[in-house]
Design a protein around this ligand. Structure first.
Ligand code: NAP
Length: 301
């Protein structure tokens, strides 16, 4: 489908990747080979797919990558030892521990154990603090990808009411913190709503920009939005389908239901999804250049 209403993350991701490729070349000219290490614990099929995609993207852009695959039975102590080695390894600039982790491992302990300078996900409390106070080291990948889409398509956020459904530490909360900053491509009035919000639609109908990060297939319907809303659909949900795979991917928004009402909308797939990995690549370069003491122009287009 090719419609001017579509916000095509796939195209924006290509744009970011071109920028990253140039930055990789600059680092190479300084004798630096940026490197990302991804740690995967267990056999979760979705996590395996994401990790594989991250590795492929690194390869394509000239970023060295390593995947450390650990069994489901790995203890917290064993994982901490591996992270410690990666923290100390000066050839390694980025560490990503794929979530979720098995039950015996506390996520918050692992997140805090990663050297904040190598925290390419922006999950470490130090980096979250820098983000909230408006002086970020790197930006969290999915929220940063959403801002890139808005910027690329010149969608004004200043003075707009951005309503975010979902308050996760990965999407909802950091995105709210980015959109509320007193700066260009932010300056929005932000509402964050969630499963305990009373009369959800009362809020969503006020949205100029509606961001759905819920994890519930096709949750948002046309009667929940006003005409002219910009809709960013973060959701990735599998629903049964009569095709080879036996499923298809849908977002948290019922695309067909809202399409005639929206001003713009991100499709699923091909919307926010491709941006997350693109921003991870960019963060790896930011981390590498900072650790190596090399100044490169991040915003060079
Ligand atoms: N495109 C990408 O690259 C990307 C990246 C990350 C995530 N995702 C997708 O985005 C979706 C959200 O991910 P997440 O990690 O943020 O999920 P999450 O941690 O499960 O958080 C979901 C949020 O939605 C809220 N929620 C759930 N049911 C609700 C309801 N009936 N009404 C209102 N709010 C409700 C929850 O509220 P409570 O806090 O009250 O429980 C929670 O805040 C998932 O589909 C995920 O696969 C995509």
């Amino acid at each position: 489908m090719d419609d001017p209403k579509l916000l095509k993350g796939k195209i924006v991701a290509q744009h970011v990747n071109q920028r990253v490729e140039k930055m990789v070349q600059l680092l190479n000219e300084h004798g630096v080979q940026p490197k990302l290490s991804v740690v995967l614990v267990g056999d979760d099929p979705a996590s395996k797919v994401y990790v594989k995609r991250k590795g492929k993207s690194c390869e394509k852009l000239g970023i060295k990558s390593e995947t450390i695959q650990l069994p489901d039975t790995t203890t917290e102590g064993e994982l901490l030892d591996i992270i410690e080695q990666l923290n100390k390894d000066t050839d390694n600039h980025g560490i990503l521990v794929q979530l979720p982790l098995p039950k015996q491992i506390r996520e918050e302990v692992i997140i805090r154990s990663v050297n904040p300078l190598k925290d390419v996900d922006c999950f470490h409390p130090q980096n979250v603090g820098l983000l909230v106070t408006g002086n970020p080291y790197v930006l969290p990948c999915t929220p940063a990808g959403i801002l890139e889409i808005l910027k690329y398509y010149e969608i004004e956020t200043e003075g707009k009411h951005a309503v975010i459904i979902g308050r996760s530490n990965i999407v909802g909360k950091p995105l709210a913190n980015l959109l509320v900053q007193k700066q260009k491509m932010a300056n929005a009035t932000v509402s964050v709503i969630h499963s305990r919000t009373k009369d959800l639609a009362e809020y969503t109908r006020q949205a100029d920009i509606l961001i759905a990060a819920i994890g519930k297939a096709e949750f948002v319907h046309s009667d929940m939005i006003k005409d002219g809303t910009v809709v960013i659909d973060v959701g990735i949900n599998r629903v049964d389908a009569d095709n080879e795979k036996g499923y298809r991917l849908v977002g948290d928004v019922n695309f067909d239901s809202v399409f005639s009402k929206v001003a713009r909308i991100t499709p699923v797939p091909g919307g926010v999804g491709p941006m997350t990995i693109a921003m991870l690549m960019q963060n790896t370069i930011t981390a590498a250049s900072f650790q190596e003491g090399i100044t490169i122009e991040k915003t060079a287009n």
